[in-house]
Structure formats: structure tokens, C-alpha cells
Design a protein. Structure first.
Length: 93
């Protein structure tokens, strides 16, 4: 690996034991290999999480921009949703 940056990572004794076990089992050639795989997994999750946060921020801003909240009767809204779902199911046939 020609272009690498070395950093120090602190972990619990349990995490260190897991890392050593993975290397000692032969599943990984080195502790660095374990950490690089963990970083690849984490980076994929992070990209998804960032996208989720951006969508939530956009929805929050949209809600705030839509004006003041208005009271809604939950039972009426649920009845309407059921009617719409039943109508959509009937028209889909």
C-alpha cells in the first residue's frame, strides 16, 4: 500500500480481543486488514445515514415552510385513508 496514512485507534479490551481473534483465525492477514474492512462497512452506512439526514432536514424545512399547524381529527383522516385505499384496490383490478 503505497498511499496510506497511519493513525492510532483506541478500543476496548473486548474489541482488541475480537480483532486479534480474527487475525489469529487466519480470516485476515493483519489487524490493519480488519480495520480497513470495518471502515468500508462503516463508510457505506455513513453515506446512507448522511442521505437520510439530508432528507429529514428537507422534510423538516418543507413542513416549517408550509405554515402553521392545523388541528386534524385522526379518526376522520384514518377513515379517509381507508376509503382511498379501498378505492385504489378496486380500480387496480
Amino acid at each position: 500500500m503505497a498511499n496510506v496514512e497511519k493513525i492510532s485507534v483506541s478500543m476496548t479490551p473486548e474489541q482488541a480481543d475480537l480483532l486479534k481473534d480474527a487475525v489469529n483465525s487466519g480470516a485476515y492477514a493483519s489487524s490493519s486488514e480488519v480495520i480497513r474492512e470495518a471502515m468500508r462497512d462503516w463508510s457505506a452506512k455513513w453515506e446512507t445515514r448522511k442521505g437520510d439526514m439530508e432528507r429529514l432536514r428537507a422534510l423538516w424545512a418543507e413542513g416549517k415552510a408550509s405554515g402553521a399547524a392545523t388541528p386534524v381529527d385522526f379518526d376522520d383522516a384514518l377513515d379517509e385513508a381507508r376509503r382511498e385505499a379501498k378505492s385504489a384496490a378496486t380500480h387496480a383490478r
